[in-house]
Design a protein around this ligand. Structure first.
Ligand code: SF4
Length: 320
């Protein structure tokens, strides 16, 4: 089996906060993505998925652990030739488009930064990228505010693609779009992936979108991956109590799952609970002996084709 394109090992990101406290944004996250593979990273807001995405894209230095691309250490200080292989698309296209420049310039800009080709070559590549993203190249002369939200997101995708990356990290790329435009952008992403064999790390709180786009899915809760497995396995037979609660909260996905009685909100990443971070809300914690759930962090262990971080993993969950 060939080495994965992306390999993340024990990635940890912490930020200093007021009063000498620490935000535990990402804790010991390990994952891989194969060449041309797709991994969806899901979880509620504050679960650490966007920080994980930024660290993987080399926009955030990890506190500990490492990211490797094709076996090479990858981060904010990596050589431009390596950085070029991983690109990011944000929820808000204005994050990557200069409002004072025509959008064609913003698509060309990464080629300029990487010193690719002559002006004529860069222009031709930018127009080709816009065309690949379903935009009339004549739109290259328009300014971001003159385009619709869907067109702006297509331009942002063209800007990521123009340097021919092998991995694109997409952080909630369709969340700001209305439903019909969202479906078109999702179709475009699938089409681009097939044409150019790009791998995706797709970050979203929208489980239905992740189910359409991603072959593998990882669920995050308070900075940790709690379940990671193939899409069909995870959506049809979720193992972790939090995954079950998350799916049951989406009527179109979790109809067959009775919603478990989840109480309270997730804890703050400023003060994650000891043991399993989900234990204050978990309806199954009393099924584990010796108060292990509140004392001992459960680590991901193989469970069929998935990996699950739960002390109950060895015994089937009782329906709730
Ligand atoms: Fe619930 Fe315990 Fe499993 Fe955490 S380890 S999800 S508290 S049963």
């Amino acid at each position: 089996m060939s080495a994965p394109l992306l390999s993340v090992s024990e990635l940890t990101v912490r930020f200093p906060a007021r009063g000498g406290r620490t935000v535990h944004a990402v804790e010991s996250v390990s994952l891989t993505i194969a060449q041309g593979g797709t991994l969806g990273l899901v979880g509620e807001s504050g679960s650490g998925k966007s920080t994980t995405a930024r660290a993987i894209a080399g926009l955030q230095a990890p506190t500990a652990g490492e990211v490797r691309v094709d076996g090479e250490p990858f981060g904010p200080r990596s050589a431009p030739a390596l950085r070029r292989r991983v690109q990011m698309v944000f929820q808000d296209p204005y994050s990557s488009l200069d409002p004072r420049r025509p959008v064609g310039w913003s698509v060309e800009e990464p080629l300029m930064l990487h010193g690719v080709g002559t002006a004529a070559v860069r222009r031709a590549r930018a127009l080709a990228a816009l065309d690949a993203c379903g935009l009339d190249p004549r739109l290259s002369l328009r300014y971001p505010h003159e385009l619709s939200g869907g067109q702006r997101q297509r331009v942002a995708i063209a800007r990521a693609l123009v340097v021919e990356p092998e991995l694109v990290v997409l952080d909630e790329p369709t969340s700001a779009l209305d439903v019909s435009v969202r479906a078109q952008v999702i179709e475009l992403l699938g089409d681009l992936r097939r044409r150019f064999s790009i791998a995706y790390l797709f970050v979203s709180h929208d489980l239905a979108v992740v189910r359409r786009v991603c072959e593998q899915v990882a669920v995050m809760y308070l900075g940790r991956i709690v379940e990671h497995g193939p899409r069909e396995q995870l959506f049809k037979a979720p193992q972790h109590p939090y995954t079950r609660a998350l799916l049951a909260s989406v009527p179109t996905l979790g109809r067959e799952l009775a919603p478990p009685p989840l109480s309270g909100d997730p804890a703050s990443p400023l003060a994650p609970p000891p043991g399993c971070a989900f234990h204050p809300r978990c309806p199954h914690r009393h099924e584990v002996a010796d108060e292990r759930c509140s004392l001992e962090v459960p680590f991901l262990r193989e469970h069929g084709t998935s990996r699950v971080a739960c002390h109950l993993q060895a015994t089937p969950l009782t329906p709730r």
